[in-house]
Write a protein that binds this ligand. Structure first.
Ligand code: UD1
Length: 330
């Protein structure tokens, strides 16, 4: 079962799972999505997918679902992810992100479902002392309630695994997922003004926003803008397939993996690369820092390479080309 199956990463993962012969059932409450990506998934895989509308905080919904269907594993994508919104509405974030995790783990235990893959984030590290950051790095105090929910969810998961000898869990710490499926049938669909860089870039290029602001020019990085590890969403989706395939052969019953390219790219480099690969004009300016931003972070993804047999195959150029192709369909 995939929670948040109608969302950006959930939909791309559904495609990769179906292509590998898995039979996922997707659930979503459409709080930050609609049916568009579900239709896109069906077109890509050329078959109907199994989908149910429901909320992971709804124990009755989950228990009914788990009574009627036999699941081997759960991949839990469903969560709110806006750093900015989480600062304004922290309780909304704690309620949704922690509530869904707890209710889901309780329902899984009741129904003896014992494999769990969690959508975590590099936000758990805060500003790491050493980059590239590996999985041993300590969790710094989270910069936002959103970040705190990811740290807390990992802790909840650790405690659940410690208390239940049958449960196995993998936490996947995403760096910055970008791009879209090369078919342009699924991609990122912000329901509001995007906070994330790439949708803001593509919407500006499409004329939907007047101007992109690059937040900060005085960071201690080569060009003064922040450094990130931008990973193509299709590569990211494929890591979930590997995690499912390998969850039974892990050294311990709870493992965390960084999912990134291992390369730091600055915001300005990304903006220039977008202009170069698409040939479109982009109105942008360099502005002041955005509060709460980490200066630089990128992944040491050796563990995922060694234990999951996964590494990224697609480039930033691929991601930006695909993101732009998708934007033009909207
Ligand atoms: C943050 C979280 C990440 C989370 C993601 C979900 C951290 C370190 N990272 O990513 O874990 O999964 O949100 O939304 O907490 N930028 C601009 N102009 C814009 C938009 C963004 O310059 O209009 C810059 C930002 O300042 C940042 C970079 O682009 O330096 C990436 O920003 P964004 O896409 O929002 O992702 P993160 O903040 O890195």
């Amino acid at each position: 079962m995939l929670t948040g199956g109608a969302g950006y990463i959930g939909a791309h993962t559904a495609v990769e799972l179906i292509n590998q012969g898995f039979e996922p059932l997707l659930i979503d409450n459409f709080s930050k999505s609609d049916r568009t990506l579900l239709k896109g998934v069906e077109t890509i895989v050329n078959r109907k997918i199994v989908f149910l509308e429901g909320d992971c905080r709804d124990a009755v919904f989950l228990n009914t679902l788990f009574s009627k269907n036999k699941f081997d594993s759960v991949i839990h994508f469903a969560a709110y992810k806006s750093v900015k919104e989480s600062v304004i509405h922290p309780m909304k974030y704690y309620d949704n992100n922690l509530g869904s995790m707890i209710t889901l783990l309780q329902a899984m235990q009741q129904h003896n479902i014992n494999e769990f893959i969690f959508s975590s984030s590099c936000t758990v590290y805060g500003q790491p002392d050493h980059i590239p950051v590996d999985e041993q790095a300590p969790f710094k105090r989270a910069e936002s309630p959103y970040g705190a929910t990811k740290q807390m969810c990992e802790r909840i998961l650790e405690d659940a695994v410690a208390a239940n000898q049958n449960l196995k869990a993998i936490s996947l710490r995403y760096f910055n997922p970008v791009g879209a499926h090369p078919s342009a049938l699924i991609g990122e669909m912000p329901t509001d003004v995007p906070d994330n860089l790439v949708p803001y870039v593509t919407q500006t290029a499409a004329g939907l926003r007047p101007k992109l602001t690059v937040f900060g020019s005085d960071y201690s990085t080569p060009d003064g803008s922040c450094l990130r590890d931008f990973i193509h969403v299709v590569d990211l989706a494929q890591a979930h397939v590997k995690a499912l395939e390998k969850i039974n052969g892990m050294p311990t019953r709870m493992e965390a993996f960084n999912l990134g390219t291992g390369e730091g790219v600055s915001v300005l480099q990304l903006v220039k690369k977008f202009i170069e690969v698409t040939g479109v004009k982009l109105n942008y300016e360099v502005g002041s820092r955005r509060p709460g931003d980490v200066e630089k972070t990128y992944a040491n993804a050796d563990k995922a390479n060694n234990l999951l047999g996964w590494k990224t195959k697609l480039s930033l150029e691929d991601a930006l080309t695909d993101a732009w192709r998708w934007q033009k369909t909207l």
